[in-house]
Write a protein that binds this ligand. Structure first.
Ligand code: SF4
Ligand code: SF4
Length: 144
């Protein structure tokens, strides 16, 4: 790789949703083989209806990443950038449970019916950020 190439390397974290109709399509291997992109799958989840949610870190030449993202777009896969870390400011959380319905991975979940405590289970979090606007107490935050 030349010095010029090194300067044009980019890394991005994105979350992508792909519909059931594409479940068998070799999307990740196409990004790797056809677009010469390094893909690191951070989180993966398949819903009961077989819709998929992936958080991936992609790195490669910027032009290849742009081409790879255009490929995803052409397939009808929606994606958006994500930050790596979602945190909860526990002192602000009132355990109101408003965030639970928006969390696609059950990273925010009621511990039990007796306590009704809402737990934030960090290793389930895919960093989608949906809980941030859903929380009326601004307890959920995103940071790089
Ligand atoms: S919406 Fe906010 S305050 Fe309510 S349970 Fe979730 S994090 Fe806590
Ligand atoms: S960012 Fe929030 S809504 Fe998204 S997976 Fe993590 S806890 Fe759930």
């Amino acid at each position: 790789m030349t010095e010029h190439d090194t300067k044009n390397i980019a890394t991005r974290n994105i979350m992508l949703h792909y519909p059931k109709r594409l479940a068998d399509k070799p999307i990740i291997s196409t990004l790797i083989k056809k677009y010469d992109i390094i893909v690191n799958i951070t989180r993966a989840r398949i819903d009961q209806d077989e819709e998929g949610t992936l958080v991936i870190e992609i790195s490669g030449l910027k032009k290849n990443i742009d081409a790879g993202l255009a490929y995803l777009d052409d397939l009808g896969i929606t994606f958006k950038p994500v930050s790596k870390v979602i945190k909860r400011i526990d002192e602000r959380c009132t355990h109101c449970s408003a965030c639970i319905v928006v969390c696609p991975t059950k990273a925010l979940a009621v511990r039990d019916r007796e306590s009704m405590v809402v737990d934030f289970i960090e290793d389930r979090c895919i960093g989608c950020g949906l809980c941030i606007p859903a929380c009326p107490y601004t307890a959920m935050e995103m940071s790089e």
